[in-house]
Design a protein around this ligand. Sequence first.
Ligand code: UD1
Length: 421
Amino acid sequence: MDKFIIEGNGPLNGEIAASGAKNAALPILCAALLSDEPLTVTNVPRLWDIGTASRLLAQMGVAVEQTEAHTIVLDAKPITTCVAPYELVRTMRASILVLGPLVARRGEAHVSLPGGCAIGARPVDLHLMGLEAMGAEITLDGGFIHAQCKKLKGAHIVFDTVTVTGTENLMMAATLAEGETILENAAREPEVVDTARCLRAMGARISGDGTTTIRIQGVEKLHAATHRVLPDRIETGTYLLAAAVTRGRVRVTHTDPSLLDAVLVKLQQAGAKLKTGTDFIEVDMQNRRATSVNIHTMPHPGFPTDMQAQMMAMNCVAEGVATIRETIFENRFMHAQELMRLGADIRIEGNLAIVTGRERLQAAPIMATDLRASASLVLAALAADGETLIDRIYHMDRGYEDIEGKLSALGARIKRVRQLL
Ligand code: UD1
């Protein structure tokens, strides 16, 4: 397993480009299953999870071709099997996103249950409830979800709780259903909107995406299209926080400030000087220590849970005391234990973390536990004295394209140690 060695060496300074959003690229790649004509997706980030999604689709018979560094062309004319096997699903929960498209196009799907995951129970009951409401017959057997339906029918679906991939799965399924589907209490995340945009380019009739009510009029067939994936707001936010924790100045280009409203407000409260343009954001800490900021995670447009761990890292070295309340996932403070190994002062009470800022952290060997947790550990290591060794960084490779290249471009001292055995 690869490791990072990071030496905290003062303020980061410079400019880097954001990659395409992982969480939009994944549903969009799966959307290719809805059509027998090719889908060209550009600005696809080069990530482990994208490789997993490509392998998953390829083993279903989809021709998946990477034609350029960030372009993937998918041709799902032949779907030879409707099975998503355990070996792939267990490494990436988002594999569940093939369920809706397969049932809609082929009338059946056999998808391994994702099972538990490090950041909480994360069930898929709402995905299944929605498909059942659309007429699918669902059985669970041998660790698999079996879904069957000759032709899905439009339905009025109200989500109990806001689910991002649940909304995407049912929105995709509804594009080929008979009649109208209404999704209420739908997720408003920009990645849902981007997926809807791609589906519309393929001929789907969708309105209301970006609001809590999405309406989909089923059509007979979707057609060929080209779609550019929107910028990754979580990656963008992570690099902006690298400036905040190191008291530096970082400009992220190829991004979109309107995707990060809640995060930018917090950065401003922390004392950052912000500059934004149509496609860039710059954070300048002017060599000053950040001020603590309270965080309460919420579905979009609230503060994203995927930025909570990174904000905790900033609060660990900020001036003052901050409270962080995690309301989306029940077990998403695992990074706290590791941050404490670096000397952070954190108290956990249920879903509340109380963080008292320290002037500096001290290097120590630590271990990544999930994708965003690993980002927070990298940030903390950048603000620690000495060399921090971070183990299990494969979590990082799932969601951050060339993180060491990008951080090095900002002046960070970061080295990947490859472990061959
Ligand atoms: C997506 C993102 C993930 C992000 C999360 C919340 C992708 C690939 N992943 O994950 O990075 O952290 O949104 O913004 O886009 N729930 C149920 N039943 C369900 C589905 C969800 O109870 O059927 C609950 C979950 O346990 C969780 C909450 O709803 O407490 C939100 O989960 P959800 O939005 O579905 O997360 P994901 O789509 O898995």
